[in-house]
Design a protein around this ligand. Sequence first.
Ligand code: SF4
Ligand code: SF4
Length: 317
Amino acid sequence: MLTARQVKACAIQAGADLCGIADVARFRDAPPETHPQSLFPEAQSVIVYASRILKGSYRGIQEGTEWSSYWTYSYGSGIYSSLGDATTALTNLLEDHGHEAVVSPGVHTLLDEAPPARPPLGPGRRPPCIALHMRLAAALAGLGEPGWSKVFLTPEFGPRQRFEILVTDAVLEPDPLLEEPICDHCLQCVRHCPGHALGGPRESTTVGDRTFAWGAVDCGKCKVTHWGLNPLASPFVKKDLPGMNMGIDKVTYDWYAAFRLGFALAPRIAYLDLVSKGSAEHGQGGRPGSICGAVGCIQACNAHLESRGGLKGGNKG
Ligand code: SF4
Ligand code: SF4
């Protein structure tokens, strides 16, 4: 019989850095559009695995010399190649043992949020557009917790990892939820966020006796900053769009409007256009680049957690 230990060893050997498992019972309060059994009715276990974001991929942004490495290697083909290898290896292992495995769709990472609830297309049907909530699935698999920034924190890499999720009918021993909180509410993420997007009203969810809480994120402010349209984070706007005077505190775009604005303006800003064209060659679909470099929510948080001496590094599976 396939064991949890074998599954996690497979993920790590294939290139993931972290792997944890939740049983489907932990999702009992999840709404249908994020429930594993909406995706795969026979689901028994949810496997969540992660690859680390390389610290060095931020160096060019920190030095003010190069903005494409983070976008290419810690968003695109670099990090998702190891996650893709792990997905293939895990799926092969599960199928070889007579099980089925379904990858939770990644559209939620494109939308930066769980899919909106939509009515079923007919009587007795499940809702369309199903994807598991990435951060909560990772928490339920015992890998860590959402920090106050809402970025997921692990004991190994703090805020520096990206995830994939497999839903399977294999019954696997679940990992315990993380007991010791990682986030100490230092607010370095909030102070260093050039999008002024973090630290909104408290939001939370409770699973069993564990409550996960974070500050609401203004996703519109984050997205225009992330796309390099906020002069507080991007040296390129004033040069190429001298008439544009975006005051981030006045921005009221929702995420979708900010997303579209990035696509509309990036081709008009020479460096963003260059990064965008480079990202197309690395499987990023020619989207505008990640110019902010997560300087608050990841970089400042990582520096704080490292200064506390609290990150383990290494693999966990
Ligand atoms: S920077 Fe501090 S408050 Fe923000 S998520 Fe990290 S530990 Fe929590
Ligand atoms: S990506 Fe940038 S703008 Fe968005 S929350 Fe992180 S630091 Fe703030």
